[in-house]
Design a protein around this ligand. Structure first.
Ligand SMILES: [Zn+2]
Length: 62
């Protein structure tokens, strides 16, 4: 299932593919397609929305 998230650095909308079967809570690192900075994405399954809710922060914060 495709989800979108906003880059915590440049604000660009990116897409990430999350497998429902991989669990209710997942964490992954994706590079922004525009600024190439690594984003740590925490995904939590929401039963009501039937979608993952994503928290995104920038991995290298210096
Ligand atoms: Zn970015």
């Amino acid at each position: 299932m495709d989800h979108t998230y906003q880059c915590a650095c440049c604000g660009e909308t990116n897409e990430v593919f999350l497998e429902r079967a991989a669990g209710d809570r997942q964490q992954l690192v994706e590079d922004c397609a525009v600024c190439c900075r690594p984003m740590v994405i925490t995904a939590r399954w929401n039963d009501e929305l039937e979608a993952f809710e994503l928290d995104v922060y920038q991995e290298d914060r210096d």
